[in-house]
Ligand binder design. Structure first.
Ligand code: SAM
Length: 289
């Protein structure tokens, strides 16, 4: 069988202009990390993240993701990574403000994933815990009819391993769809199926909502880039093979790199010429492999 040769396109422009060049319902999944509020200077007059207030920031993102929804297929998925911010000594809850504003604008909020960063930046704070997580929200256009390949991202079982003290229940093996024959859970197929998935599914248990993945540093980028394994989980679960992946804030192109490697087409948008050049070079090198 001939292998699929995925293609890529990097559009160097403001995200709104870039999105206006894409056709309706042409993208399978979006994996992206927009600039966080007041965090970095990307040296561009049109950059996002320097709005006067956090309300303006939230409104800007809602408008942009409205344009993203137009290009997403009805069964498409959006994986949105956002970090929080302290202002005047107070945590702002920004990821959730954005998530709830997107929900109010018509998006379906399907999951909040905690990205735990085992190598998070050290911090000198002594009056609160050091933050070592960010959020990834899974948002869709539809509550049920969206693409989600659970099998593509299953994780190793814990039950019946050294990490677990659970001893009983082995008789569930090979009995999917049945019900517990005796005991207080007798006749509860839902519980039975859940136990079977948790302990015996041949591909591992259904992915949980805490993902522990170290931050990576791409030497040419002036910011911490997405870990490739994080992108890989989103792309594999959120898009079919040979599907189209979009990152409207593509930076150094990590989403594209992973998408090409696992045989999806990629479209990236970024307003910085420097990052567009960097992403294009990385993606050309990946294609040449
Ligand atoms: C957090 S970085 C993305 C990093 C990326 N996930 C990676 O792995 O390299 C955000 C990106 O958004 C871009 N950006 C900021 N404002 C923009 C705008 N108005 N239109 C398009 N891109 C923008 C910045 O240039 C920056 O590269």
């Amino acid at each position: 069988m001939p292998q699929y040769s995925p293609t890529f396109q990097v559009i160097c422009s403001d995200v709104r202009k870039g999105l206006s060049r894409l056709n309706d319902s042409s993208v399978d999944t979006v994996v992206t990390s927009p600039p966080y509020y007041g965090q970095r200077d990307y040296e561009s007059d049109i950059q996002i993240g320097h709005e006067k207030t956090i309300e303006d920031y939230v409104d800007t993102l809602v408008e942009i993701f409205g344009a993203v929804r137009r290009v997403l297929r009805p069964e498409g998925t959006l994986w949105l990574n956002l970090g929080d911010k302290y202002l005047n000594g107070q945590l702002q809850g920004l990821p959730w403000r954005v998530a709830l504003a997107l929900q109010a604008d018509g998006w379906v909020l399907r999951s909040d994933i905690i990205w735990h960063k085992p190598n998070a930046m050290p911090s000198a704070v002594k009056n609160r815990p050091t933050t070592d997580h960010e959020y990834i929200f899974l948002l869709t256009r539809s509550t049920k009819d969206y693409y989600y390949d659970a099998d593509a991202i299953r994780e190793p079982h814990v039950t019946f391993t050294n990490q677990s003290r659970m001893k009983g229940g082995r008789k569930h093996l090979g009995k999917r769809g049945g019900t517990p024959e005796a005991g207080k859970n007798r006749g509860n197929p839902n519980l039975h199926d859940g136990r079977w998935d948790q302990a015996f599914h041949p591909k591992g248990r259904n992915k949980r909502t805490v993902w522990s993945m170290p931050l990576s540093k791409y030497r040419d980028a002036h910011f911490a880039v997405f870990p490739e394994s994080l992108v890989e989980h989103c792309v594999k679960a959120g898009s079919p093979p040979k599907g189209v992946v979009l990152d409207p804030f593509c930076g150094s192109g990590t989403t594209g790199l992973v998408s090409l490697r696992i045989e999806r087409d990629f479209i990236g948008i970024d307003c910085s010429q420097r990052y567009c050049d960097m992403a294009s070079e990385r993606l050309r090198n990946q294609q040449g492999q």
